[in-house]
Write a protein that binds this ligand. Structure first.
Ligand code: AMP
Length: 113
């Protein structure tokens, strides 16, 4: 989508700190990290959020979940990490392109919210 921030990052029109890339997905460091390691993993195909996952793109999401542990290992997150995907306004989603936050490098709060 031409007006999507993450589509522009994937296309290289907006700079990012790339962590990983393959034919289906792209990962880069969050510009405002909330943990020592804060990486965003996004599908190259524009999907607005988890709400847009269906039978036509579920394999893509499954692929991302094979990539997440590889990124976590490469980032040295041997003691665990958190994966978050915000969906919609009540969750605080600010970029309407499906993305998974990988957060780690410190003990996360015991409560998720
Ligand atoms: P969410 O609030 O779940 O939609 O997450 C969007 C994330 O994108 C936030 O954590 C932002 O800090 C991050 N973000 C926004 N713009 C950029 C950018 N240009 N490069 C990297 N991360 C960004």
């Amino acid at each position: 989508m031409s007006d999507c921030l993450f589509c522009k990052i994937i296309a290289g029109d907006i700079p990012s700190a790339k962590v990983y890339e393959d034919e289906l997905c792209y990962a880069f460091r969050d510009i405002a990290p909330q943990a020592p390691v804060h990486v965003l993993v996004v599908p190259k195909e524009h999907i607005p959020s988890c709400d847009g996952v269906d039978d036509g793109n579920d394999a893509l999401v499954g692929h991302i979940f094979t990539v997440i542990p590889k990124i976590a290992a490469a980032e040295g997150l041997t003691n665990g990490y958190r994966v978050i995907s915000n969906v919609g306004a009540d969750a605080g989603q600010t970029v309407p392109h499906l993305h998974f936050h990988i957060l780690g490098g410190r003990r996360m709060p015991d409560q998720m919210v």
